[in-house]
Design a protein around this ligand. Sequence first.
Ligand code: ADP
Ligand code: MG
Length: 327
Amino acid sequence: PQLINQIAAGEVVERPSSVVKELLENSLDAGANRIHIEVEQGGVRRIRIRDDGCGIPRHELALALSRHATSKITSLEDLERVASLGFRGEALPSIASVSRLTLTSAVAGEGSGWRLRGDGGDRFDDPEPAPHPVGTTIDVKDLFFNVPARRKFLRTERTEYGHLEEVVRRIGLSRFDVTLDLSHNGKSTLRLPAASSQAERDHRVAQVCGQAFIGQSVFIEQAAAGLRLEGWMGLPTFSRSQADLQYFYVNGRMVRDKVVSHAVRQAYQDVLYHGRHAAFVLYLTLDPVLVDVNAHPAKHEVRFRESRMVHDFLFSSLHRALAELRP
Ligand code: ADP
Ligand code: MG
């Protein structure tokens, strides 16, 4: 089973940012309101995530770290089939198999908390008592310490940290109601208090995308035929040199999609100056039956049932907003 965990980890855990993504999604699933993320050396040395979610009861700690009992892999031929099944229920065991992981958790009414330690193996001692408020802390140290081949593919601390912070930004823009705190090597790098008013939301977008973006963007809201688009559109005068600042969420999930980017590009085309890129943080909401956001969660793919209609709605909404803005 340990080998299987490590093989699964090859798919789930590519680098420190993938660990952060999986752990943050688990914290959100657990209903957390506040999440603290502390990382050292780009996350390679350590990733510690603390949440105030529902916690894991003592008797389920070991279960959370073990593969779901459906594994039927007995031969190499099975591997391809497994790869196509996806990895639901495999994130924690995968991460545990390629790091030194400690899981500490407490649920309401259990008194104290409990802790389970793993050392890259798939055997765990009995949980030991450990004081912890209701919620969960997962401490992942020395990522890939036992998989030299994967360690080789890690980039510089700066690059790994960059990927990791981007994961936190994306989640920060998808859950304004959750407080997120990120620190790197003991220094606070991103503080995102829960935001509900428009001013607080503006503030969060400024924290994530920069004051320059928020200063040169407008907030738009458009709705038609069951589709709703809202968010911040960078004015054509805004240019961000380094990376693209393009965040698009469909029903709360960040996506990168051809239909969306085409509509956006078309809408911006008239007003964009040469060499400048569209910058935006936009949220599309539509009836869940009209879209499959789980097509390829890892690849941020999405499938619209009525892609023509979505395209035209996006194009006309954005074009109208931009046209009104043009001096
Ligand atoms: P999945 O999220 O697909 O169920 P994971 O391997 O990511 O699989 O997590 C295994 C299980 O551990 C989850 O189903 C959940 O019950 C529990 N778990 C993991 N992280 C947390 C957390 N932060 N708070 C509460 N429960 C958690
Ligand atoms: Mg999970």
